[in-house]
Design a protein around this ligand. Structure first.
Ligand code: AMP
Length: 610
């Protein structure tokens, strides 16, 4: 059972693993390691995930979604077909496809994954990422922060020297900065700072608005298809600019040819508001790490948007040193996740590295405002950038005479008033009946290595209440409901790459045969196809197992050039009687319409998990 590392990206996702002493990125069916994080819906055909969906973004913007990771953990939903989908469900579709690709490539079942998340993901976003993996059939023991994964990969590549790094992880939707110290076998994340809504997409938006301004187009009044085309042009021009320094934009909008020229200088100007935000984040980071620019050995740029020359220019002006742009800038996070998967699997070849991470935001509870104002204020329990795991216990007292209960409300954020922070949950507990200030509770916050918060509240009578906030895993019913939904959207067995490949090999044998041998091969193909289309777990498995066994016999026969196997007893075993006996199988005649059996039409008691 293999463990893989997954970079679940805003724009693209990748999977990596440690195999036979080497780190490998896992290619998809098309041979590409970058798997677009996009999902589309085609009426009567179903869902498309990955490159096929990305292609349709332009032509069918209403039936295709991308960049949904930006809204992970929020209430945003996307309509596809006849229902709404959450970013968690859409991410599950991407993860499921990555899992399946990996199983096909590695020829092993994948049960577990190390999934990376932006360092600035909050509890809810982390929790939803774990749920998405769960729905995709993956166990996630460890979420690691994307920049931490990048630091791990950089450290592996750069060797042993002690170094202080800033990892500048600039992707499609987020910017994460991490201050990292590397010494001996330890990679210590000292501080992080970031913005969940600052990425390449914002640069695309700025270019889109510039193009509209230059051509007197009013963005708000343009139909979605035209807007999608302009946005696509904006992204293409941005990428072209990093290659050639200049891009001529041209597009026919509402019958009129619109043009604009994009240069490095224009883009630099357009990005000024974003650079302002970046500068603030750097200040924040250095302050929290108690460091200064002169102490940084390397500024390492990762993430797709790090390729932009204007960003490099801004950083070298800001920091007075040339940043390091890794060749594999959009792969380095996945590589780090793959290394971590190797460490988890105890790959002999990987040194035991210790990766320590920090809590990216302050966690605390709401308490009464001493100034007498109604608004409660935050009493920090775990300060941002505390090293994980972190555990803090504090005592709180009642504010009213003979109060019966205390409601401990848990928040995340840096703001003074609790209402301006993110409410994570609450837990109520009875307290001793005493005058105000005399009854108490002990509140303990423990933040684990996955960035998941456990809160325990204990009163003076020794009664305890516990709440595990982010790890609100799916209940058995929820998981079943999602699994059923996923079944509808997953590739049916007949279209799964490993099965398609297997059938293609039978078809090749069929083409190259004649007479009785050809007839038998035809029957085999019919049997396998019906099994794979049956929608029944056992029938699918029988078809796969038989197909594999027959293929190895066919191959053996081909290799030794012996026809014996086709005439003798070996193939008796798949004569009609056996088909009828096999679970869920009808005879050939009865099953004539088997091809039409859809995945949804499951019989009673069938458990279809394909
Ligand atoms: P990531 O989230 O790390 O996959 O990064 C995706 C972002 O990188 C998107 O906004 C892309 O438009 C951007 N990107 C990819 N390639 C380039 C390039 N050559 N130049 C500039 N931006 C790029």
């Amino acid at each position: 059972m293999a463990i893989i590392g997954i970079d679940l990206g805003t724009t693209n996702s990748l999977a990596a693993c440690w195999k036979d002493g080497r780190l490998e990125l896992i290619p998809g069916e098309d041979g590409e390691v970058l798997f677009p994080s996009a999902v589309g819906y085609v009426e009567r055909e179903g869902f498309l995930v990955g490159a096929a969906a990305k292609k349709r973004l332009l032509t069918h913007p209403m039936d295709t979604v991308a960049s949904f990771k930006c809204f992970m953990g929020t209430a945003k939903e996307y309509r596809l077909g006849d229902r709404m989908y959450t970013p968690m469900e859409l991410s599950a579709m991407v993860l499921e496809r990555l899992k399946r690709n990996a199983e096909h490539v590695l020829q092993e079942e994948i049960e577990e994954a190390i999934v990376t998340v932006p360092a600035y993901f909050n509890d809810k976003q982390r929790s939803d990422t774990k749920k998405a993996a769960q729905v995709a059939g993956l166990k996630v023991e460890r979420l690691i922060n994307e920049p931490s994964a990048a630091a791990l990969a950089y450290r592996m590549a750069m060797g042993e020297e002690d170094r202080a790094l800033i990892i500048f992880d600039f992707g499609g939707g987020t910017l994460d900065l991490s201050y990292v110290e590397c010494f001996d076998n330890v990679i210590e994340i000292v501080a992080v700072a970031g913005d969940n809504h600052l990425g390449g997409d914002d640069i695309d938006s700025a270019i889109q608005s510039y193009f509209c301004r230059e051509n007197a187009l009013v963005e708000e009044t343009l139909p979605p298809e035209e807007l999608a085309a302009i946005r696509n042009l904006a992204e293409q021009s941005k990428c072209a600019l990093s290659a050639s320094g200049q891009a001529d934009m041209e597009l026919t909008v509402a019958g009129k040819v619109c043009r604009a020229q994009l240069t490095e200088d224009i883009l630099f100007e357009l990005c000024m508001p974003l650079f302002g935000k970046m500068k603030k984040l750097f200040l924040h980071l250095l302050e929290d790490a108690d460091s200064r620019v002169s102490q940084i050995d390397d500024l390492v740029m990762v993430g797709g948007s790090s390729r932009l020359g204007v960003v490099r220019r801004f950083l070298s002006e800001l920091l007075g040193k040339e940043p390091v742009v890794l060749d594999e800038t959009d792969r380095v996070v996945a590589l780090g996740a793959g290394i971590y998967a190797g460490i988890r699997r105890r790959g002999e070849e990987i040194r035991d590295m210790l990766l320590t991470d920090v809590c990216p935001f302050t966690l605390g509870i709401g308490i009464r405002n001493r100034s007498g104002q109604d608004k409660n204020v935050l009493s920090p329990m775990i300060e941002r950038n505390s090293t994980l795991p972190a555990s803090v216990k504090n005592r709180f007292v009642t504010t009213s005479d003979y109060q019966r209960e205390i409601l401990v409300k848990i928040y995340q954020g840096e703001e003074y008033y609790v209402d301006d922070n993110v409410h994570l949950g609450e837990v109520a507990i009875e307290v001793a009946l005493k005058p105000a200030g005399q009854a108490w509770v002990d509140v303990q916050f423990t933040y684990d290595i996955n960035g998941i918060l456990h809160v325990t509240v204990e009163n003076e009578m020794g009664e305890r209440r516990q709440i595990l906030l982010a790890n609100q895993a799916l209940s058995a019913e929820e998981l079943e409901r999602y699994t059923k939904e996923m079944e509808k959207i997953m590739l049916p067995p007949i279209e799964q790459p490993q099965n398609r490949e297997m059938l293609a090999r039978f078809l090749e044998y069929f083409e190259n045969s004649t007479g009785e041998r050809r007839e038998r091969l035809g029957a085999m193909i019919g049997y396998i196809t019906r099994g794979l289309c049956s929608g029944r777990k056992k029938a699918v498995r029988n078809a796969q197992e038989n197909a594999r066994a027959w293929l190895s016999m066919l191959e053996e026969a081909r290799e030794t050039k012996e026809e014996r196997l086709f005439d003798g007893k070996d193939f008796e075993s798949w004569e009609d009687e056996d088909w009828e006996e096999a679970d869920g199988w009808e005879s050939e005649e009865e099953n004539q319409d088997g091809k039409d059996i859809g995945l949804d039409s499951k019989g009673e008691g069938d458990d279809n998990d394909q």
